[in-house]
Design a protein around this ligand. Structure first.
Ligand code: SAM
Length: 264
């Protein structure tokens, strides 16, 4: 299964009510969304039908997140949060729309993808799902910071290493999609300051010149789950229910165990 097949099924099993995409290109991943969406790319050239209510933002993701109210579209557009807010204003968490599914596929350099993750997490809940693309390069050339291959993953795979090391509260799942693998992150915490506080040190340690020293378990996809196994797992209805009912973070504990059982 390729990344678009994975995303298509993700939309079906998780049924997100909001979607953020960083890196749109010709619109093939955005075309899979049916939820109110925000999509960010400084140089998009959409050539395909888009079937969702979308704010298409022509900006880098850093500039987008620096805006005062970047997700204003999800508050003011045609979206389910508005209907919910009319019935139950408290449901909006102080009026802040939250991201349920995010797909990070913008600039393929570690520090950009790390900032994208940090910014996305600030607007997510524990029940959100954050997908990062190009996390399992197949060789050292594909993982180069200086692009010289047709398929280019860059060194964004290091984001997963950093999350596992600094954020054990998150569950980071490698997924064996074609061509360059994705990672799914569960358990986001919008209030965590761990990455922000350690950011300078992390950059100093992880941003190094080519060739990159890509670990064997990344190249060999040693810990990666089959996309079909993750998407077909039994925890999805429970996660969706907990998300829709706005269950507290404690509900993540049993769900996390169920997800871990699939990933081994
Ligand atoms: C691999 S393509 C996205 C593909 C698309 N998500 C899909 O699956 O069909 C990467 C895109 O990221 C965009 N990009 C590059 N730097 C970016 C940045 N700083 N912020 C947001 N997008 C960026 C590029 O313009 C390019 O269109």
């Amino acid at each position: 299964m390729d990344r678009h097949g994975f995303l298509r099924h993700m939309h079906r099993v998780y049924k997100p009510r909001t979607y953020l995409e960083i890196g749109v290109n010709d619109g093939r991943s955005l075309a899979l969304s049916r939820a109110p969406s925000v999509a960010v790319d400084p140089a998009f050239r959409v050539v395909t039908d888009i079937s969702c209510d979308v704010h298409l933002v022509k900006a880098t993701s850093d500039n987008f997140f620096a805006r005062k109210d970047p997700l204003i579209h999800l508050r003011n557009g045609r979206n389910p949060f508005r209907a919910l807010a009319r019935r139950d204003p408290a449901n909006l968490l102080g009026g802040e729309p939250k991201l349920e599914l995010s797909f990070i596929d913008g600039m393929h350099l570690f520090e950009y993808a790390l900032r994208d993750f940090m910014n996305v997490e600030r607007h997510s809940r524990w029940s959100s799902v954050i997908i990062l693309d190009d996390m399992l390069p197949r060789d050292v050339d594909e993982a180069a910071r200086d692009r010289h291959t047709t398929f280019w993953a860059g060194d964004v795979y290091k984001v997963a290493q950093v999350l596992r090391r600094h954020r054990p509260d998150l569950l980071v799942v490698d997924v064996d999609t074609a061509p360059t693998g994705v990672v799914a992150v569960f358990g986001a915490n919008s209030e965590s300051t761990v990455l922000k506080n350690a950011y300078d040190k992390i950059i100093e340690e992880y941003v190094v010149p080519d060739p990159q020293d890509v670990p064997q378990e990344v190249l060999g996809r040693k810990n990666a789950v089959r996309p079909e196994a993750l998407l077909g797992a039994g925890f999805w209805p429970g996660l969706v229910r907990a998300r829709n009912l706005r269950r507290s973070r404690s509900a993540f504990v049993p769900l996390r165990r169920q997800i871990e059982a699939i990933t081994g």
